[in-house]
Design a protein around this ligand. Structure first.
Ligand SMILES: [Zn+2]
Length: 60
């Protein structure tokens, strides 16, 4: 599975930008850590989709 979303380390927003957060300019990184269970990944995915549906300006 390819993860396109990055998470801003400063404001916590999810973004498709890979270099910097479009909102605050903070650094972004992959939202999932090295260790994560399948259940945790699924929960994170649902959270991401929920946030994207709520904040449509994050989507391209
Ligand atoms: Zn940010």
């Amino acid at each position: 599975m390819v993860w396109l979303l990055k998470k801003c380390e400063r404001c916590g927003s999810y973004t498709l930008h890979e270099d910097a957060c479009p909102k605050c300019g903070g650094p972004v990184k992959s939202p999932h850590p090295a260790k994560f269970s399948m259940d945790d990944k699924y929960r994170r995915y649902r959270l991401i989709m929920k946030r994207m549906s709520e904040k449509t300006e994050d989507t391209i």
